[in-house]
Design a protein around this ligand. Structure first.
Ligand code: SAH
Ligand code: SF4
Length: 353
């Protein structure tokens, strides 16, 4: 007999779950009860959903799976940044990171296995593209850490979509996962606590602007001119800088949110004062904020991190030009938190530095 593969419950929206249960003849409020068990109480065992009848619990367990992906590898640094490699159904794997800072508990999630954009300085980009994650696989990364934090009486306070993959090349699944996490009837993480980082997929940004939610948008710029940007971000030829900026402006206008521009600082490549001035010129007059990310070295990536002095010069030049700027503290360099690196090492058996 051929048994149908069980669906992953986290792949469903509340409306989809409701439609399924309605088809089973269940009253409308049942889906809401199941939703609360899963997304509010983080319950992964249908048997423990005690306000549901036993037959319904059994039917749910027949039809759906709910177990989170197992942890294949795990690293933690002395400041508490914890990175896990999660094993997926088809034998692939993705990384997720928990970054605890003062009163924040930020989870960094992946949206694809590998990435088709192929940025020259990114470990994920170098491994190529394998496949898109499903909405459930994306949300499961957050629930994994939410369950661990709960044991200490803590909650996930922020989610950043800055792990492996380009979220706007997996738009449907990413947005479904973020809507489910945002849903006030369940996980209830505020949209303003969710940041989506994109390399600048113009149609995706324009669609996101129509979503009607106040997600933070971060755009990975990395270069103030087209030529250098194409070298660093090969796929960016598809989305000219001027269009990326126009789409970002549309996002700021639609949501009232300031857009963040991320800029990875690579020694001798894009970290000169000329670059800072050109960047300032590009962003002047925009509702913008620049986040400088000093390059995180990884085996096989042919770049160097600029000196602290050079980073400071670059920052001051932007400030002098009237651009709001911060330098990202690189958490977890020791555990190589730049995404894609734990997976590379796990697959290739490269020993820890
Ligand atoms: N694909 C999306 C989101 C994932 S990457 C994007 O590119 O925006 C998240 C951020 O990490 C991006 O700004 C990316 O440029 C940065 N990043 C990638 N590799 C890095 C490295 N080795 N050092 C520092 N930042 C890196
Ligand atoms: Fe993909 Fe982002 Fe890495 Fe570029 S930086 S290869 S877009 S994950």
């Amino acid at each position: 007999m051929v048994t149908m593969a069980k669906a992953f419950l986290l792949d469903l929206s509340l409306e989809e779950l409701a439609a399924e249960l309605r088809a089973w003849g269940e009253p409308a409020y049942r889906a809401r009860q199941v939703w609360e068990w899963v997304w509010r109480h983080l319950c992964l065992d249908f048997g423990a959903m005690t306000n549901l009848s036993l037959p319904l619990r059994e039917a749910l367990a027949e039809r759906f799976r709910l177990a989170l992906p197992p942890v294949l590898a795990r690293e933690q640094d002395e400041e508490g940044t914890e990175k896990v490699l999660l094993g997926l159904e088809d034998g692939t794997s993705v990384e997720a990171v928990l970054i605890p800072e003062e009163d924040r508990r930020t989870v960094c999630i992946s949206t694809q296995v590998g990435c088709p954009v192929g940025c020259a300085f990114c470990a994920t980009g170098q491994m190529g593209f394998v496949r898109n994650l499903t909405a459930g696989e994306i949300a499961a990364q957050v629930l994994h850490f939410a369950r661990i934090l709960r044991e200490k009486g803590e909650r996930v306070s922020h989610v950043v979509v800055m792990g492996m993959g380009e979220p706007l090349l997996n738009h449907e699944a990413t947005l479904k996962a973020l809507r489910n996490l945002n849903d006030p009837r369940g996980f209830a993480l505020g949209a303003r606590r969710i940041t989506l980082s994109t390399v600048g997929v113009v149609p995706g940004i324009l669609r996101l602007a129509q979503e009607g939610r106040q997600f933070n948008l971060a755009i990975s710029l990395h270069a103030p001119d087209e030529k250098l940007r194409r070298k660093l971000v090969p796929m960016s030829a598809r989305w000219p800088l001027s269009e990326v900026l126009r789409a970002a402006d549309a996002y700021a206008l639609a949501t009232g949110r300031r857009v963040t521009y991320e800029y990875v600082l690579l020694s001798g490549v894009n970290d000169g004062l000329v670059h800072a001035r050109a960047l300032a010129k590009l962003l002047r007059g925009r509702l913008a904020h620049v986040n400088l990310i000093p390059f995180n070295p990884a085996p096989g990536l042919p770049f160097e991190r600029p000196s602290a002095g050079q980073i400071e010069l670059f920052r001051r030049e932007l400030l002098a030009q009237g651009i709001d700027v911060t330098v990202r503290r690189s958490r977890g360099i020791r555990i190589q938190a730049a995404c894609g690196q734990l997976r590379s090492r796990h697959l290739h058996g490269v020993p820890r530095a």
